[in-house]
Design a protein around this ligand. Sequence first.
Ligand code: PLP
Length: 346
Amino acid sequence: MSDLFPVDLRSDTVTKPTPGMRKAMADAIVGDDVFGEDPTANRLHERVAEILGKEAALFVPSGTMGNQICIAAQTKPGDEVLLDENAHIFNFEGGAPALLSGVQLRPLPGSRGRLNAAQVTSTVRGGASHLPPTVMVALENTHNRAGGSVYELDELTRIRDAAHAKSLIVHLDGARIWNAAVATGCRESDIAQYADSVSVCFSKGLGAPVGSAVAGSREFVGRAHRYRKLFGGGMRQVGILAAAALYALENHRERLAEDHAKAAQLTKLLLEDGRVTVDQPVQTNILMATLGETTVSAPELARRCARDGVLFFPEGERRLRLVTHLDVPAAAIAPAADIIRKNLTP
Ligand SMILES: Cc1ncc(COP(=O)(O)O)c(C=O)c1O
């Protein structure tokens, strides 16, 4: 097997810190962040707020905790939150909104994970004692399970206006907002401006080993601080991790375009086979493929390909999810596509 293998297309969370990032971590000046005394964490807070165009930001251990802090800090038990039915918050956060915040999630059918303004307006309820008060709409950009899809800024404007007209808070799960900005050709702040609270991740395409952040108004971040502590996310000499996040922000954002190009190339090569379809358009670094009737099942394909050094997750019997990232060399895409195609035949 060549040194391009294994090719790990399971997730962009598998990326490992680069030598430059490790050096930044080793050199980080640290202090006790629970006392607010970690200079590197403080620098990260300022930089994230600046990039997202928000008053303040706060480092948190994970994307899940970031989303849950944003929900807890802006709702009360019995409230209702609107979101797409394939949203990460609804499907992959262990039912946390019910457990940690006592809120009811109301999943709506999105178009490749995207809600629209009319849906928001027509779904909001409240005002009568038998109705749950809808207080928040949670968006996901890019959308993970919908294949890295991206919101157009015009649609975000309309959703924000519709939500605010009904006094809803807009939360953005921006775990991959960096990919969305690159794909849209805009700044992250152009996207984040439509949300009252944002959660972002450093440990996905940006390649940091750990970490996320929440951002919003100074007043919101003050409340988020309390929930971070309450959920067990207060960390001490966290500057070592914040240094990795800062390094990622300065060095790994623009290069996401390379990951998008790799996903586009993989899409093209898979489509050439004729037995695979891919949800289109592939806008960022995630692609969702569907196997035709004449191929092996997705779990069997995943087993065979893993044996040959290409890793990915099946999604049910006929769907696959493939993710490109920092640790997948461009030169590995064609050999990986060959292996997938070779293993399709029953
Ligand atoms: C869109 C989205 N939001 C949130 C998360 C949660 O991040 P974490 O795994 O750091 O909890 C993920 C993780 O993959 C994600 O894809």
